[in-house]
Design a protein around this ligand. Sequence first.
Ligand SMILES: [Zn+2]
Length: 247
Amino acid sequence: MGRSPEKMMKLSDSVIALNVPMLSPVLGPTEIYPALLKDEDGLTLVDTGMLGQFDELKQAVEDAGAQISDIRRVVITHQDIDHIGNLQELVNRIPGLELLAHADDIPYLNGSLPLVKFTSERIAQMPGGFKDLALHFLESLPGLGKFTVLQDGDMPPWGGGAEVIHTPGHTPGHICLYLPNDKLLLAADELRVVDGKLAGPVEWATPDMPLALRSLRKLEGRPIARVLCYHGGLYEGSPQPLIEELA
Ligand SMILES: [Zn+2]
């Protein structure tokens, strides 16, 4: 069933916020906001949605007037399962897909280290069907292919020009992307929108909260006017007051 197209947000000529329904084993039904960056050479997808919920991602991409096959590269903001869940599906469907992530999360993404939060202990507590899917997914990680390394301060050309900001704490290699043309921050999980208000990283899923709060300071010095949060969606305004309160 198609969803109302107004759920998808065109933030500028080069940035679309996808609205993807997600059924989380922890949170229940919720929504997530991957981003689609449009450039002449194709689309850049920022984060991939929840494990086992590829159809929801595909529908959201189509609602945005695009096709999965138009995606040229996938940027992973961090290793959590609701961000990397459809990596395997995307790699299988898109020949030559480029994968990018921060150097400090790549060892987890390629299976050299166990994922920080999506651990075998946690998977063991999950319902049967999801557990099997999760174990299969973990086994698939070493076969995904090579990740291109992103570093703090990188300025890739996606979305008309972006800046990589390394914001560790939620995971070691968590990144935000700043799009100066649109004064837009793609905050991933460094910020959230809760009841219309901007909030910091969620405590229960942030293993190093003091570091995540210090990372907020790294967002300063840019004229951010809008923040897209993976959890909670778009916040219209500057994150500066919240950063001063928390960091
Ligand atoms: Zn998340």
